[in-house]
Design a protein around this ligand. Structure first.
Ligand code: AMP
Length: 320
């Protein structure tokens, strides 16, 4: 059976796009072995506040549970807590070229932002390769922004296997069947993102109902005055229709005004987020439970990860 790994950045700004594009497909596919990985090590590649990273890692784990990820079936892990990730990272650096890492688009973009460039920003796609390869996963749901990094992971795995003998499963990138791409409500030309300069276009998973209502009521539409699905001509309205479909699970009925559309979207989003918010509040009362979930996740994936590292060490020429 196929094994999947889905990665999440440790951010307090998880939004509706993350839920619809990543968490729900994860929940829908829990009949197959899956890992939900919080990439807290990746958060260290840019200027960061230690307490914030720690808190955000727990927040993301808590949101995953609140959104229905079942820790009995899906291992929820933080990559920092499974040291096999970093051990494999170094070994994979030994089969990766400097030029390969330096031409990653995200490295170019983030390293051009000014300030000191951390070496880890250059090498983190190799860590991401290790995150995937250490678990022998064969499917990785990825958005467009991560497809270049997944391609690097495939290149590294293929090269290692060719040079040192069959060691890694070469993973395949997939687009989850049920995942829609949710766009920014204030600027429907860009996707809803945790790093958008303004929160005006983002629906946070833990936002109170009043904020959700406000953000949706101010969503950018157009002057056509017709509610219809037309991604090119009416991107704002189309995005609202897609959110409505994703949240209500059905095709919207006849809607005659943008006001009516926005009211329907608000109700549908609230119906999806209210139970997640409530469950999150319950779970937050007992952070030790969330820490236990991470510890159990680690324990469940570690035997395989240890075996992958052992295989890799042997293949590349290290003593056992
Ligand atoms: P990130 O934490 O931004 O790396 O995103 C985590 C997951 O959510 C990835 O699988 C992304 O593809 C998915 N995701 C992020 N933003 C969106 C969006 N606006 N629409 C759909 N999926 C998204």
């Amino acid at each position: 059976m196929t094994r999947r790994l889905t990665g999440f950045q440790p951010t307090g700004n998880l939004h509706l796009g993350n839920l619809i594009g990543a968490m729900r497909p994860l929940v829908a596919a829990q009949d197959r072995p899956s890992i939900a990985m919080i990439a807290d090590l990746h958060a260290l590649t840019m200027e960061h506040d230690p307490e914030t990273v720690r808190a955000n890692t727990l927040t993301v784990a808590t949101v995953l549970l609140a959104a229905g990820v079942d820790p009995q079936r899906t291992a929820i892990i933080a990559n920092s807590q499974v040291p096999e990730h970093t051990e494999l990272h170094y070994l994979l650096e030994c089969v990766t070229g400097y030029g390969e890492a330096a031409r990653m688009i995200q490295f170019k973009e983030k390293s051009g932002a000014g300030g000191t460039v951390r070496l880890s920003l250059l090498t983190y796609p190799v860590l991401m390769a290790a995150d995937i390869l250490v678990h022998d996963v064969d499917q990785v749901p990825v958005g467009e922004d991560q497809s270049q990094h997944l391609e690097l992971a495939r290149t590294i795995a293929t090269r290692f296997n060719a040079r040192y003998g069959a060691t890694f499963v070469v993973p395949e990138g997939i687009r989850p069947e049920s995942a829609a791409r949710i766009m920014d409500l204030a600027d429907p030309a860009r996707k809803m993102s945790k790093s958008a300069p303004s929160p005006a276009g983002r629906i946070g998973l833990l936002d109170p109902p009043e904020t959700i209502r406000k953000v949706i009521s101010r969503a950018v539409t157009d002057t056509a005055g017709v509610v219809r699905h037309d991604r090119e001509g009416q991107p704002g309205v189309t995005n609202l229709l897609e959110i409505l479909r994703a949240c209500s699970g059905r095709e919207p009925g006849e809607l005659t005004s943008y006001g009516a559309l926005k009211r329907e979207v608000t109700d549908a989003v609230e119906a999806v987020l209210a139970p997640i918010r409530a469950r999150y509040a319950e779970l937050s009362e007992d952070p030790s439970h969330v820490r236990e979930v991470l510890a159990k996740g680690k324990a469940s994936v570690q035997p395989r990860a240890t075996e992958t590292v052992r295989r890799t060490r042997a293949a590349i020429g290290l003593l056992d």
